[in-house]
Design a protein around this ligand. Structure first.
Ligand SMILES: [Zn+2]
Length: 242
């Protein structure tokens, strides 16, 4: 202010009123500002709380989202594995099924020795001039009997056909190839000539009908030795006339 004029200064009523009003305004303003600050502080705290809640929720959500994604991936993987396992299992199941089947083999059997031949089953005749002639005895010729024998494990061939001209897809397929029993394989010139055309569960009229209609060289097989034995019994009786 003006210190040298202080003693002489006497404020007017108007000035006093003005000062009072100023003070009142100041107070009002102060209160307003304070309450505004308080309000804002509270609001700020509330917002902070909300942001915190939001972040917590968000974190929780993203955790759950990750968890869900993980579960989904896992499930997808499981389903895929299951699919591939199943397909492979099914493929191999079908391939391994009937891999060893029973078929009727013409098995040679030695006849009992007759009493006309010598130890080597030879007939020895002596001509009047002393010349001797030996001949294989009839009893040395084996008799053939149909018997059930098991085929060798069929060869499982894996083929991959790739025809980009017709299809984009690679095709994979397997073929079955039965082989004769190893003890009788020599009787077949080539494995390819050993052909099992049909496999049955049991011997019945259908099998007889199929047998009568099949071509020479085609074979019928059975899934059990018992059923094949029945077929062999039937062959041993009926094939003699052919
Ligand atoms: Zn003999």
């Amino acid at each position: 202010m003006y210190p040298e004029y202080d003693d002489f200064y006497e404020p007017s009523e108007g000035e006093m009123f003005f000062d009072e009003m100023k003070e009142k305004f100041r107070e009002i303003l102060r209160e307003d500002v304070n309450s505004e600050i308080n309000r804002l502080t509270e609001e700020n705290a509330e917002l902070r709380q909300k942001v915190k809640e939001y972040n917590d929720k968000n974190l929780n959500l993203s955790c759950r989202e990750r968890d869900l994604q993980y579960k989904m991936d896992n499930y997808k993987r499981e389903v895929e594995n299951d699919f591939y396992n199943k397909t492979m299992e099914e493929v191999f199941e079908k391939l391994l099924e009937d891999s060893e089947v029973w078929y009727a083999e013409h098995v040679p059997h030695e006849k009992p020795k007759c009493n006309l031949c010598n130890e080597e089953r030879k007939l020895v005749a002596v001509y009047p001039n002393g010349e001797t002639v030996t001949k294989e005895c009839e009893c040395s010729r084996p008799t053939y009997i149909y018997e059930p024998v098991i085929s060798l494990n069929k060869e499982i061939k894996f083929h991959k056909a790739y025809k980009p001209r017709y299809s984009d897809k690679k095709k994979i397929y397997f073929t079955k190839n039965h082989r004769p029993n190893k003890d009788y394989a020599d009787a077949y010139d080539y494995y390819s000539e050993f052909r099992i055309e049909n496999i049955f569960d049991d011997f019945n009229d259908d099998v007889i009908a199929y047998h009568n209609g099949k071509r020479y060289g085609e074979k019928i097989a059975f899934r059990s030795k018992e059923a094949c034995q029945k077929y062999c019994d039937w062959l041993n009786v009926n094939e003699e006339y052919k």
